[in-house]
Design a protein around this ligand. Structure first.
Ligand code: AMP
Ligand code: ZN
Length: 472
């Protein structure tokens, strides 16, 4: 299997540190708003890569953080007049709902910056002790880029180039830096900001230190894969490497994977241009699996342009898949209990399908090429539509169904079963059960029923006239 490594700028053969195991860290979102469809791209492409590693038999430890302390969160909190944790907790919950809708597997650990402050203080202290960081007069701690001869290796920038880029930049507080490229590890608190005590001043961490600390804590000093969007290459990942390698004296990560950007009408997504969509906007119009198929329809490093036309095409392809699996499921059910073997013609068709499975694996082995992997699954669906019928053997029908499930549900994470429509009578029955549970003060059960209904797209509203419900 090959992975394109941003650091070496070429495809490398994948060899994990420990046989059969993979450690993987994916930078997660800053939680001050609902996530947008651009944020969903790294989540989906790296979730798919993780699923493929698992399909190949690797035991994957997958860590993805939530950045829950940041200027934008603080601004949103001040606007609402609430604590910044109210904002971050709210949007972590909302993000998890979107992830579930998009069938993104929960990470092995989802650490949060504010819960890892001790570890950050420890790593910053180590960097100061080793002479890689210094404390300015006001208590700000900076990383000193000049102490790291490797600084710039990921983004392939040399110090002179960086300096010329910064020459005209005048930012307040910059004068206390020894080098304009030095970056903040810890900064003093300002009025109305969350803060923690530290040996340098009451304050809060810079952004980059959290990922170095969490990656080390949950995955070890050196990890296999670190991933995120291409905007993170510089400065975020460059700074993570500097912090981690200077603190531990060991290589930080073996493979750097970066996804290209999602654009809309070939322009950057931006609220002011009016071409900005949250995942919620899109999943209220399309099945979330259509969005997942769309994101996977391009190799992850290439730019991807979002358009309603493409979404409509993919919606139609997804419908064809669902019709196919509906048909196969029906056929399999109608032949339940039958013990048979494939006919010679079916065996030949199975061999064709095996060829598509091979193409699927080759695509995924070639730097997570989900575009070609998707095409291979569509070929299997086409084959199934053309060949499976009432006269097929059960062995053949089940083979096709299992193959589609393994590749589509298992690896690409796209559900191949149609969502079951819940009947009004079933909803009413569950609401009655919930009312009884509340009367009996069994709030856990009452909440569980509400969540179950929510999962099926039913929203309950407790009103004075009783419980009302609607479909989401
Ligand atoms: P942020 O919350 O801005 O730190 O972003 C979380 C993740 O989403 C990072 O890996 C970003 O690189 C990624 N990301 C943000 N915008 C886009 C976009 N338009 N296309 C692809 N990835 C994006
Ligand atoms: Zn990060």
């Amino acid at each position: 299997m090959k992975i394109f490594d941003t650091l070496q700028r070429r495809k490398l053969e994948f060899k994990p540190i420990e046989d059969g195991k993979v450690t993987m860290y994916v930078c997660g979102p800053t939680v001050y708003n609902l996530i947008h469809i651009g944020n969903a791209r790294p989540m989906i492409v790296f979730d798919t890569f993780r699923r493929y590693l698992e399909y190949k038999g690797y035991d994957v430890r997958y860590v993805s953080n939530f950045t829950d302390v940041d200027d934008k969160i603080i601004k949103a909190a001040n606007e609402e007049g609430v604590d910044s944790s109210v904002i971050s907790e709210r949007y972590i919950e909302e993000c998890k709902k979107d992830m579930e809708a998009l069938n993104i597997k929960p990470a092995t650990v989802h650490p949060q910056a504010t819960k890892e402050i001790d570890g950050m203080i420890k790593m910053i202290s180590t960097l100061i002790e080793k002479g890689h960081a210094y404390v300015a007069e006001d208590g700000t701690v900076y990383f000193s880029v000049e102490t790291d001869p490797d600084y710039g290796k990921l983004s392939h920038k040399d110090m002179d180039e960086m300096m010329s880029g910064l020459r005209d930049l005048k930012v307040s507080g910059e004068e206390q830096k020894r080098n304009p490229n030095d970056f903040v590890l810890w900064k003093p608190k300002k009025e109305g900001e969350p803060s923690w005590p530290s040996p340098w001043c009451d304050g809060r961490p810079g952004w980059h230190i959290e990922c170095s600390v969490m990656s080390q804590k949950y995955l070890g000093d050196t990890i296999d894969i670190h991933a995120g969007g291409e905007d993170l290459i510089f400065p975020h990942h460059e700074n993570e490497i500097a912090q981690s390698e200077c603190a531990t004296g060991k290589p930080f990560c073996h493979y750097w994977m970066h996804n290209g950007f999602l654009k809309i009408n070939n322009e950057k997504m931006s609220k002011s241009l009016g071409n900005f969509f949250t995942v919620r906007d899109i999943t209220s119009q399309y099945d979330p699996m259509v969005l997942r198929l769309f994101i996977l329809s391009a190799q992850y490093r290439t730019p991807l342009n979002f358009s309603k036309e493409l979404m409509e095409q993919i919606k139609a392809s997804y419908e064809r898949i669902l019709n196919c699996t509906d048909k196969l499921t029906e056929l399999s059910k109608s032949k339940a209990g039958t013990e048979d073997v494939m006919t010679a013609a079916e065996t030949a068709d199975r061999d064709k399908a095996e060829g598509y499975i091979k193409a699927f694996e080759e695509a995924m082995d070639d730097d997570n090429n989900t575009a070609n992997a998707e095409t291979a699954v569509f070929e299997i669906v086409r084959l199934a539509n053309a060949t499976a019928s009432e006269t097929s053997s059960k062995a053949y029908v089940d083979y096709l169904l299992n193959t589609i499930k393994t590749l589509l549900d298992g690896v690409l994470g796209v559900r191949s079963e149609r969502k079951k429509e819940v009947l009004d009578s079933e909803i009413e029955e569950l609401i009655e059960k919930r009312q009884a549970a509340r009367k009996a003060k069994d709030f856990a059960l009452a909440d569980a029923i509400r969540d179950q209904l929510l999962e099926q797209g039913i929203i309950l509203e407790d009103t004075r006239e009783g419980v009302k419900w609607k479909r989401a």
